[in-house]
Design a protein around this ligand. Sequence first.
Ligand SMILES: Cc1cc2nc3c(=O)[nH]c(=O)nc-3n(C[C@H](O)[C@H](O)[C@H](O)COP(=O)(O)OP(=O)(O)OC[C@H]3O[C@@H](n4cnc5c(N)ncnc54)[C@H](O)[C@@H]3O)c2cc1C
Length: 312
Amino acid sequence: MALVPYEDQLRAVTKDVIKINEPLANHTTFGIGGPADALVCPKDMATTVRILSVAAGHDIPCHILGRGSNLLVADSGVRGLVVKTTDVAWHPPLQPIAGLSNQYEVGGGVPISVLLAHCLKKQLTGLEPLTGIPGTLGGAIAMNAGTQNGTVSEVVERVCAFDLTDGTLRQFSRTACEFGYRSSRFLQGHRLVVLSAQLHLGPADRDDIATYMREQVLTRRASQPWRSRSAGSVFRNPPGDSAGRLIEKAGWKGCRVGGAEVSLEHANFIVNVGHASAADVMTLIRRIKASIKRQFGVELELELRIWGADAP
Ligand SMILES: Cc1cc2nc3c(=O)[nH]c(=O)nc-3n(C[C@H](O)[C@H](O)[C@H](O)COP(=O)(O)OP(=O)(O)OC[C@H]3O[C@@H](n4cnc5c(N)ncnc54)[C@H](O)[C@@H]3O)c2cc1C
């Protein structure tokens, strides 16, 4: 008997394991999150498209998961289907596009760390500002991930996405991606799934790339809780200021609710110091937001994505 109403339709299009009531804590860097009704990790692009077509055709609520490195999933989990992209095969990670120099096609599920290692090997520049970001290319494009040295949008030429609204494959130019500060059109409404992207990467000296990456890693390690379980920055930086500076000034470093703690290393990170629940994190978020509004008159906005519950 099918455990979720659409299980038979999914089994008809994939041999990959469909996990029922799978705890999403196992799939997020926070290590927090209740179950998904169903989770599937397709192994290739054709299967991914077939699964997404089933979701589109049967109007199944569908969430796309990369490395789960920017996510807080509610303790009650999420209803419907979660499609995780990290197992989708894509070899080699950077596929040269015939007839277009310096252009490469990359799958949405490829981890940024794998791409960077390949860039170093092939002496290609452009993605180094993303050094140390623990997500996938698709997650990075959806979030327009980056640092003050640059964002992924700067190397994206075109994105191929699946539209869950009507089950079609669509192409988006860089302009049509509507990239903004930690945002893109792929985050709006969660109806567009980044399947692959065409990246523009220039030639560079291997030693220069390696030096740059090493410096980025050292800077990160000196300023962020890289050994702890977190989901990166909790809040976006307000215009002209830094969320971490305001939170630290308000005295939040080290404050705890249950197993969730404001990092001692960087005040804009909340870390799971042991068995934190999503409710613990959300309580901390609400309290910080209220205190920053009261003390500085600044309305902090979330950078972290929240699934399965209303944002605080
Ligand atoms: C220690 C640490 C440091 C970090 N440092 C940085 C940093 O310096 N800069 C920065 O920008 N971020 C940083 N992050 C946050 C995070 O790594 C990035 O936002 C990353 O790009 C998210 O990728 P992901 O694959 O983990 O996405 P997920 O967390 O799995 O998903 C994030 C959002 O993107 C959507 N999504 C994921 N894949 C796709 C897809 N293929 N198509 C459509 N939508 C998709 C999801 O539905 C969700 O809404 C950090 C996180 C950690 C834990």
